[in-house]
Design a protein around this ligand. Structure first.
Ligand SMILES: Nc1ncnc2c1ncn2[C@@H]1O[C@H](COP(=O)(O)OP(=O)(O)OP(=O)(O)O)[C@@H](O)[C@H]1O
Ligand SMILES: [Mg+2]
Length: 234
C-alpha cells in the first residue's frame, strides 16, 4: 500500500516588493509517497527553490494547502513549523552549510543535540556512527570540514540530514559545487539511501541526475509543465 507522505493542493506563492509582484508558484498540486524518489527540474527562476522551501516549512505559501502525513501544516505558527521541520525534514543544500569549527562527528550530531528527544551521548554516538557509515565516511569522524574534499563535505551534510531519521530528505542542487566525479559519488549515496527506504525530493539542473529519480517534476514559470508520472493530488 502506498502512503501519502506529503501533499500539496493548489499551492501558489507571490513575492511582493514595492515595485514588483512575482508569481513564483502557480497552483502546484502533487503527492509524494513514502519511499518515492522525486526530482524537480526547470530553468533558473522557475520556482524550484521556492517550492522546496515551502515543502520544508522554511517559507509559507500565499494560497493553497499543504499536508505532511495527512496533517494540515499550511497555517502553523513559527514554533510549530520548526517542531515539524526538525522531526520530519532533512535538508541538503548546494553549499554544504557545515560548521568549520566542529568535527565531522559534532556536525552530524548537531540535529540530535537540538532535538526534543535529547538522546543520551551513547545513543548519539551510535546514530552518528551509523549515518557516517551509510555515506562511507566512518574514517573521517574526527576531521574538520575544511580537511575534507567537497564531495566528502556534502556526504557529511547528508549524514547530518539523516541523523534525526526524517520522513523525507529535501535536496537542493546537491552537486552544484562539485566536480562530476564527486557529484556522481554523492548521487550514488542518495540512490542507495532511497533503495533502503529513504524518501527523497531533489532539485537538480542536471538531466542525468534528474533521470535517476523515479518521478520527475518539470517546472516552468511556476507551474508543473508536463508530468505524466506525477501523482496529481485530488
Ligand atoms: N525572497 C524573494 N523575494 C522576491 N522574489 C523572490 C524571492 N525568492 C525568489 N523570488 C523570485 O521567485 C522566482 C523563483 O525563484 P526560485 O529561487 O524559486 O527559482 P529557482 O528555480 O530555484 O532558480 P535557480 O535554478 O536559479 O536556483 C524568481 O523569479 C525569483 O526572483
Ligand atoms: Mg534555486
Amino acid at each position: 500500500m502506498t502512503t501519502a507522505l506529503l501533499t500539496m493542493k493548489k499551492i501558489s506563492k507571490v513575492f511582493e516588493t514595492e515595485e514588483l509582484e512575482t508569481h513564483a508558484l502557480k497552483d502546484i498540486s502533487f503527492t509524494i509517497n513514502k519511499g518515492d524518489y522525486v526530482s524537480i527540474s526547470g530553468p533558473s527562476g522557475c520556482g524550484k527553490s521556492t517550492l522546496l522551501s515551502i515543502m520544508g516549512l522554511l517559507d509559507v505559501s500565499t494560497t493553497g494547502e499543504y499536508f505532511i502525513e495527512g496533517v494540515n501544516v499550511t497555517d502553523l505558527t513559527l514554533d510549530q513549523a520548526a517542531e515539524v521541520r526538525n522531526a520530519k525534514i532533512g535538508f541538503i543544500f548546494q553549499s554544504f552549510n557545515l560548521i568549520d569549527e566542529l568535527s565531522v562527528f559534532d556536525n552530524v550530531a548537531l540535529p540530535l543535540r537540538y532535538s526534543s528527544e535529547k538522546p543520551n551521548s551513547k545513543k548519539i554516538k551510535q546514530r552518528v556512527t551509523q549515518c557516517l557509515e551509510q555515506v562511507g565516511l566512518s574514517h573521517r569522524i574526527a576531521h574538520k570540514p575544511n580537511q575534507l574534499s567537497g564531495g566528502q563535505q556534502q556526504r557529511v551534510a547528508i549524514a547530518r540530514a539523516l541523523v534525526a531519521e526524517p520522513a523525507i530528505l529535501l535536496v537542493d542542487e546537491p552537486t552544484g559545487n562539485l566536480d562530476s566525479k564527486s557529484g556522481d559519488l554523492v548521487m550514488d549515496v542518495l540512490e542507495k539511501l532511497n533503495e533502503s527506504g529513504t524518501t527523497i525530493c531533489m532539485v537538480t539542473h542536471d538531466p542525468r541526475y534528474a533521470d535517476m529519480a523515479k518521478t520527475k517534476i518539470q517546472l516552468l514559470d511556476g507551474t508543473i509543465l508536463q508530468a505524466p508520472l506525477v501523482k496529481i493530488a485530488s
